[in-house]
Design a protein around this ligand. Sequence first.
Ligand code: ZN
Length: 406
Amino acid sequence: MPEPVPVVAVPVPVEPEVVDPRSLLTWKRGAFGRTLIYTQLQQQGVEGGDIHRIIDLLTPVYNFRKSHPEHMWEVGFHEDGRLAAFTLKVSPVEIYDINDLDTEAVLQRREIETFTETKTVRGTIDISLFGALAEEPQTAVLAGKLAKVFAWDIDFYKDPRQGDHFDMLVEAKYVRNDDGVHFLEYGEILAARYQGAFDTYDAFAFDAGDGELGYYNSEGKSLVREMMRSPLKLQRVTSRFNKNRFHPVLKRRRPHNGVDYGAPRNTPVMAVASGRVVRAGRYGGAGIAVEIKHRNKILTQYFHLNKIAKGVHVGSRVKQGEVIGYVGKTGYATGYHLHFGMKRNGRYVDPLAQKFPPSTPVPQELRGAFQTKVAHYLTQIDGVDNRNVLVRKAGDSAGEKTSQAD
Ligand SMILES: [Zn+2]
């Protein structure tokens, strides 16, 4: 029988406790403001030579002429009052440290830890989408992202009603630094559901193989349509397409080959689909006009503009939703409005009567992966909420209906 092996206590290496030398310093803080940084540091007892040294070290990374009251400085002193360190906080992610100011000072950009979490945001419309998100940081950015996801189905200026409910999963980026965790910015909306008085819509972000996130309904149909419903975000039809209209300026019967949208001066006008600009400039009674040629022999016209957007000229390519000009009343126009015309195969058609199919759905070979993702998102969206019962009842036809502007 072998001798029992004596138990030997193996010393566990003790991690030396790391003490941040900066934590031993006495810090004074201030904001860049109207007072020069020089004066502020002088008031803290920093000598002129040291101030110049700090400014010289920071100059390559910081423009002192663009100082802003949100930019913070901190100066650290040893116990005996000697100057030790300086920190510049431009933002929660842009922080510069100068250590060892009493010896060989070096400037370092601080390593910042950022992380992304999926955040669930729910809201109920009282007056507007904006109001429903008022409690969230960067309200306008978040409202804009949600409006963009549903841009083809919901007109957020017109459609939302009191009591409409929405849920979304959105990436939220945070930064962790010495004074805690700060919200930084939103990433992509991963999933969203809008339960409106008019209909229910679902949107799920998915990369269908081209490296970019697109939005699809639960059946994998794209939310993006070949054409947007309107070239204006805020739409108010003041005159419809009419083959036999009495023209208010010309005082005679003349077909109205398009739709007029009343809108304030300089309201941005968007290209309803991507295409190539074939006209950009003065065009008789149309005033300042833009015409865009799209796929499938479709041409769109935007008349009476106050001005054309920068970069838009004959031959330039524009993307769907890109601002191409601003509402005006140039040419034969009684008031500020946009005349929006459409030609198919060279003939005028009523833009409001056209139906455009959604663009490419999730390809067949990725359907499985897509459904898995949707199921995953739905569990998160439904979460603690049991509103899903109601949603199922409302039907899974989200994205199917194309509501028409009235
Ligand atoms: Zn018109």
